[in-house]
Design a protein around this ligand. Sequence first.
Ligand code: ADP
Ligand code: MG
Length: 701
Amino acid sequence: MKENYLITPIDYLKGVGPNRADLLKSELKIFTYNDLLNYFPFRYIDRSKYHKINELENNNSEVQIIGKFINLKFSDNFKSKRLVGIFSDGNDEIEIVWFRAIKWIEKSIKLNEDYVIYGKVNWFNDRCSIVHPETELLTKHKKNIKSSMLPIYNSTEALSSKGITNKLIREFVFNIFEKSSNSFKENLNRKINEKYGMITKFEALYNVHFPKNQVLLAKAQFRLKYEEFFFIQLQFLFKNISNKNKFKGFKFSKVGYYFNSFYNKHLEFKLTNAQKKVIKDIRKDFSSNAQMNRLLQGDVGSGKTIVALLSSLIAIDNNFQTCLIAPTEILAQQHYNSINESLSKINLNVRILTGSTSKKEREILSCELKNGFTNMLIGTHAVLEDNVIFNNLGLAIIDEQHRFGVAQRSKLWKKNITPPHILVMTATPIPRTLAMSVYGDLDISIIDELPPGRKIVKTVHRTDRNRLEVFKFIRNEISKGRQIYVVYPLIEESKVMDYKDLMDGYESIQREFPIDKYQISILHGKMKPVDKVIEMDRFKNGQTQIMVSTTVIEVGVNISNASVMIIESSERFGLSQLHQLRGRVGRGSESSYCILMSKDKISNEARTRIKTMTSTNDGFKISEVDMELRGPGNLLGTQQSGLLNFKIADLIRDKDILELARKDAKDLINTDPGLKNNENKGIKEEYYVLNKNSILWKYIS
Ligand code: ADP
Ligand code: MG
């Protein structure tokens, strides 16, 4: 058999024909034999079992029955015509109903011959029936049985209405195998095959469709999942290497005056070891001739900002400009305030650019940026606009990466002819496996240690019944000089209601905390940016004791005297949001608290979220739970989800396989970077085919 048999267009497969071929292409993106073989069943049914009609249960299950059709007739006492058969297993009878293609079915079914039927049992008033079962003559069934586990494929409305049933797909797949057993090329190397005791490529594909037994099915699935991860990781790693070769980076060869004088004279604390390690990683990138693309993961409050600042100083020491981009105006302003204060001590020029920067200010800023007077620009998305032109941007840092898309990352690349070094930072950790699958082309650094002396934020769950007690607690904390956040949800689709909740909440807090003794701030998205800044400042300066707000304060806000975070309707927040919000407190030396308010009755999922929050402060652990609850795609928003459409692998269930595959892919690249070794020929060939058709490049910059 020719080796390109598997890339034969699907049109040529026995039983397919032009109409069905079009459907397979449009509905399932199946263009070739190989595509069909890689269309995997999503579950299997035990076919070794045959049911007796009198044992059928009302539990929605699929059943397989041996028996005879003893009667078959058309009936049109309902809206539409249908075909009704009576099927008997010798003792009892069940009604079988068809709605589609009924003339053809009536002709093809033979009365009083042994059949095997298979389908889902419907119950109505204690009577059961099966609609559109699979039917097969017993003699044919015995001959055809390829496996005691029947593969079930995902189908679509269009496919099933056009008669492309599971049974038909099984036949198509089988037809390919009949002629192709020696068309399968091994696509891994001997070392990997031996390490995991892999079955061959052919055996793996065959058994995933028609498992001979559970053991072979497990081996088949392992191999195919492994391959899927392995080749994606290989693409990421090659992409990473090729970026480094293709994009020469600015070389920052020295650590000079600005870094040293800030580090030695003005840094108010000792860096944690984790922070030092990350700065080392970054310095290594800076001095390597290649452009840096690094993801910095660290929990809330782990001190990512200072890493950003120190990295910037190295760039500035080498006569380059830097920028820091944050997802919200408040956060940009806050970064600006603290960084400007730090850098003015060593005479550096820092500017801010956001949506509310006036035209006049912009003009001055533009000029200063272009002639290189500005050393560091801090801002929001506004910085990405084309008319923002630097003299020589050497380093771009994105804070809270998840709020930005990949497109924005690539915009930064284009700010210079030589792309700047890029450091992206996450707001809350994302699971390792997810980082590997979505940011696999980036180098990753992790801060896995909090600054010393941080106390965990004591977190409790309370309901409306406890409100008086909560108020009392607030009063008590304020009397000790602490400040309080009260946060309300604001979710796009129910904006009006949420806004009302916020205002009602504000009023009730004002009643409880009268104006002659307490000052209350309020902050929400409808306010003008300047007003937001003013309110934020009043709270920061201690003029107000309570800050009532929506999630605009979610990311990054840093006020160390605030020690209580009350989250209203906490059942409506996602885990990473809750963790982010909680991260706003526990920043000072005082004991801090987070109170999750909710209704009495909440969903199981909400309960799991709240329980997770009350049982751990570890953002990495929380992100794992979050991924299990919401699925990997939803964790990051939709931008990158194209990368998460695995055919057979699953990021949550198969994360161990991913770890193995990534490690093996790395080892391979280290030992045979050009895949020149004959041993790796199969990998190389597969890699080139995949690479040509890859969606990966659409999603990573
Ligand atoms: P995040 O990683 O969430 O962005 P930040 O960078 O805002 O955290 O840091 C949180 C707080 O911790 C800031 O007030 C910062 O000054 C402080 N901080 C950072 N690193 C250290 C350290 N090594 N020792 C003590 N405090 C630190
Ligand atoms: Mg931060």
